[in-house]
Write a protein of this length. Structure first.
Length: 579
């Protein structure tokens, strides 16, 4: 008997979390298996004893792609109410409370499993990226209770109440220097990602503006629809890689020796050759695969402490990994945004010993995850291109050097001719046809999906219905994205809100103010069964926009404030927001 861990994931966070739970199970002397939900045979579920689901949410509260077939099977009406009565279950959801439908996938799964008779070992866990320590804020107490419940069941002989680092766990992959022969058991990955060539990378904000925003154009024959997103696989900044190299004490011989990565654990996925190649080097893996730029999680300090042979550093690492050391961990890494590479530099004795076994890198470091950007070009535009508009993330903390966003920095440094691993993913917006009037609200880079959508509508025949776009930025000469493009579109009215325009005489004007100012136009579209789309920051903007719409409904329409609720339920108002 063993515990089954299954995950529904798209970018890899749920997979990483499930793998960390399996590692902890093994350290407690409990056998555990792990599968993606697209790899697991649904009919085998009734024969399991304990199943732990780790599920992320995508889009408008939807199941992640690798879980959708499993979910359809779970929803079959023919399944009896006692289908899972012998199953003991834990469900952990991974989400971001800045999104409108926070953790909807895990909530729906939790309810459906109960309907089929599954016995919940503990309440649904709802991990939130917005927590001060990210998903660990909910994960740590949830898994503590989980292991306690499993221990009390007394199902596994020799199960330990606490993890023992005397138990050796083999890394999921290993480096092989004798790569002439091919391992017969090795399965080559079929990658969804393609290398897209950069055609142009332009700064589209004024030089004097504090925010650097880039318009990047890729040559591409990938099919896509308005509202779709491009998943981009970034690489670590050169300076971050150099910090790690120096901290690890790696020589050029270590870095550039040819190696092959092979699967070392039957429950891990095959190596990702699309990222680092069939024959690779440690330097390439440090640049393209291991995430050296992320803020290290509690598990990083736990594993690094386990690998350390320096008594003082080991003690400090375990302090940071302990539940009692949470405030210390927050202060050391989270609040100042210290990177994994910089953390290695702070533990020199431990870091330099890691070169004795490079295979441990696969356990210590997580892989770089792809980032999603709304496509800003129309599928009907000539020339076979995909456009992205990306604001570079850069800010100060207590650290001596500015903090940089991984993917936005990577994109800002791209040059013509560079190639980037990308794939298209369906977006969250479900756009209406050209016969329906629409209101699009997209401050800042939130305007990207509307350039795609409205650009396609413009080319529709016969001419499309009314399209109203509210766009907000700081000033007409600072960050007025796509101003020239809007002028060429005959069937779109663009209403701008400049929050820092000198002509405002010190008043800050945002999109919600312009919505109220143009209340008659807004109400006319609402009365014509129009649709509203809102994209941008998940801060105050969406709530302020909804409040403005409700005010218009009450003052002009003389109706109770229930339009927004009805519109959300019918899909006439949709959101795509991010933190």
């Amino acid at each position: 008997m063993s515990i089954l861990l299954v995950y529904g994931s798209e970018t890899g966070c749920a997979q990483d979390t499930a793998e960390s739970l399996r590692r902890e199970a093994l350290l407690r002397n409990v056998p555990a298996r792990i599968y993606g939900l697209d790899e697991y045979e649904f009919s085998d579920l009734v024969d399991e004893t304990i199943v732990i689901f780790v599920v992320s949410t995508t889009g408008q509260g939807e199941m992640p792609p690798n879980m959708r077939h499993f979910w359809r099977q779970l929803l079959r009406k023919s399944l009896p109410k006692d289908f899972l009565e012998n199953l003991k279950v834990g469900v952990l959801g991974l989400g971001d409370s800045s999104y409108q439908k926070y953790n909807f996938a895990s909530k729906k799964l939790y309810r459906r499993l109960i309907q089929l008779g599954a016995k919940m070992m503990l309440d649904l866990g709802l991990a939130d990226d917005q927590h001060e320590i990210g998903i660990d804020g909910a994960l740590i107490p949830w898994k503590t209770e989980l292991w306690s419940k499993i221990y009390e069941m007394n199902l596994f002989d020799g199960m330990l109440q606490e993890p023992s680092f005397d138990i050796k766990i083999e890394p999921k992959y290993r480096f092989v220097e004798d790569f002439e022969g091919k391992n017969e058991d090795e399965v080559e990955e079929e990658s969804e990602y393609q290398n897209l060539e950069v055609l142009e990378n332009l700064r589209v904000t004024a030089d004097e503006h504090f925010q650097e925003t880039r318009l990047v154009k890729f040559a591409s024959d990938l099919p896509y629809n308005p509202g779709d997103v491009l998943m981009v696989r970034p690489e670590n900044p050169e300076e971050t890689v150099q910090i790690a190299i120096e901290a690890l004490g790696l020589t050029n011989e270590d870095l550039d020796k040819k190696r092959r990565v092979v699967q070392n654990d039957k429950f891990s996925k095959p190596p990702q050759f699309s990222i680092f190649g069939k024959i690779t080097t440690l330097r390439i893996c440090l640049q393209k695969y291991f995430d050296l730029h992320q803020i290290p999680k509690r598990s990083f300090f736990e594993i690094l402490g386990y690998l350390s042979t320096d008594s003082m550093e080991k003690e400090r690492l375990f302090e940071l990994a302990s539940p009692q050391g949470l405030d210390d961990l927050l202060d050391y890494s989270t609040r100042c945004r210290r990177t994994t590479a910089e953390t290695l530099r702070d533990f020199p004795a431990t870091a330099k010993k890691l070169k004795l076994n490079f295979d441990q890198f696969f356990e210590l470091f997580t892989s770089i995850r792809p980032r999603a950007f709304s496509i800003a070009s129309s599928p009907k535009s000539p020339g076979g291109q995909i456009h992205l508009i990306v604001a570079k993330v850069e800010y100060k903390s207590r650290m001596s050097t500015p903090r940089l966003g991984l993917c936005s920095t990577f994109i800002s440094r791209l040059s013509k001719g560079d190639r980037v691993l990308c794939r298209v993913r369906a977006g969250t917006f479900k756009f209406v046809g050209p016969e329906t009037p629409v209101i699009c609200i997209g401050p800042g880079t939130g305007v990207a999906p509307f350039r795609s959508f409205l650009g396609e509508r413009e080319l529709s025949q016969p001419s499309p219905s009314t399209s109203l776009l509210f766009f907000g930025c700081r000033g007409p000469n600072l960050d007025n994205y796509f101003a020239d493009d809007w002028k060429t579109m005959q069937n779109i009215e663009v209403i701008t809100a400049f929050s820092r325009n000198p002509e405002n005489q010190g008043r800050k004007i945002y999109v919600q103010h312009q919505i109220l100012k143009n209340a008659a136009k807004v109400w006319q579209i609402l009365n014509q069964n129009g649709s509203i789309y809102i994209a941008g920051s998940a801060g105050d903007m969406p709530k302020a926009v909804l409040a403005a719409i409700q005010e218009i409904e009450q003052e002009i329409g003389g109706q109770p404030n229930d339009w927004v609720t009805k519109a959300e339920n019918s899909g006439r108002i949709q959101f795509e927001t991010w933190s």
